[in-house]
Design a protein around this ligand. Structure first.
Ligand code: PLP
Ligand code: SF4
Length: 331
């Protein structure tokens, strides 16, 4: 089978053809099906794009990209202290549906529950999205909330993956937001350009290139192998359309917990004009314990990373502590 390298389809069709069956991925990568746990995939569906699968090495159960999507039996091991919603977002910080307001001056809007890829370590893997899927009229309370709070100057489209939504809807949302004079910045948090670079098409650039906003896109790339030629080309188009690019990564055991790998990631991001922004210590979400490295180890790794890079290439190592006024530096 040569499934993932078949002709590239428009992104909407690619999204409909994401890999969801462990058998497909095991067969393509020439790996034993026993690596995958049906029970883990039952709890959080296996899901990845053909593009992302195509970046993996065949026959390597330790491939750093595979690890990020592999529904592993380890997810089912008991993990005290890990919960369904470690950040208590939906309960404590969502004053109106579809909106999370935790930090001064910026709010998250959650326009889509979908992702093109299910990252096993995702802190929103158990998020009750169904309560948050909104039609146009249902966005009104969120828009009113922003309008009523003059301190909000930035809207962040987050997720799920906001770019899994159709551009028509995203254009509507951004147009509507642009009518709120207090808003200066529009930011998109998305992994879609990484896992499906053809998502960056004319329609997307059309609404993103709105001169009423200072626009930025925060990508999510954890390992240098995710930086494909297609992604690089997409980033170039984004930059040409006035979009500033940042990256956040999550510190993941078995994926990027080495200073050399993280230094290489920063160097390659910088070469593509993507500013390394955050390196997150893993949130304690149920099913992801096997990805977490201890804080002491994370700090040691980070010190080593800083010794390898110019300061402007070092992302900020942070953890999320519910109730704090910002993401909290680990050091
Ligand atoms: C991370 C985050 C933001 C953005 O924080 P920045 O430090 O501005 O990148 C905003 N709201 C919530 C709820 C967040 O988790
Ligand atoms: S929200 Fe981001 S980290 Fe979570 S599954 Fe989707 S793409 Fe992955």
């Amino acid at each position: 089978m040569n499934y993932p390298v078949a002709p590239v389809l428009p992104w909407q069709q690619e999204l409909r053809h994401v890999l969801r069956r462990p058998e497909q991925l095991a067969e393509y990568l020439e790996l034993p099906l026993a690596l995958f746990s049906a029970a883990a995939a039952e709890e959080f569906e296996l899901r990845l794009t053909r593009h992302f699968a195509g970046l993996m090495a065949k026959g390597d159960p330790d491939d750093p990209l595979l690890k990020q999507v592999l529904a592993s039996p380890m997810e089912l091991a008991p993990s005290p202290g890990y919960s369904a919603e470690p950040l208590a977002e939906s309960e404590h910080f969502s004053p109106v549906p579809g909106l999370v307001h935790k930090y001064h001056g910026r709010v998250l809007l959650l326009p889509s529950s979908q992702c093109a890829i299910n990252c096993r370590y995702c802190f929103r893997r158990h998020f009750p999205y169904r309560e948050h899927q909104l039609s146009r009229s249902q966005w009104q309370p969120a828009l009113d909330y922003i309008r009523a709070d003059g301190s909000i100057s930035e809207v962040i489209l987050s997720g799920g993956d906001p770019l899994s939504l159709a551009d028509k809807q995203l254009a509507w949302l951004s147009e509507t937001l642009a009518e709120l004079p207090q808003l200066k910045r529009l930011r998109v948090h998305s992994r879609l350009p990484v896992v499906l670079p053809q998502r960056v098409d004319e329609d997307l650039l059309g609404w993103l290139n709105d001169r009423r906003f200072q626009t930025s896109l925060v990508l999510h790339i954890n390992h240098p192998n995710e930086l494909s030629a297609e992604l690089t080309a997409a980033c170039e188009r984004l930059r040409q359309n006035g979009v500033r690019l940042f990256n956040q990564a999550v510190l993941l055991k078995g994926v990027n917990n080495s200073a050399a790998t993280l230094a290489q990631l920063s160097e390659e991001l910088f070469a593509e004009h993507i500013q390394p922004y955050y390196l997150h210590q893993l949130d304690r979400v149920r099913g992801a314990a096997h990805f977490r490295i201890a804080d002491t180890e994370a700090k040691a790794l980070y010190r080593e990373l800083r010794s390898l890079l110019p300061g402007y290439m070092v992302p900020l190592l942070t953890q999320e502590i519910p109730g704090e006024a910002a993401k909290t530096p680990l050091i």
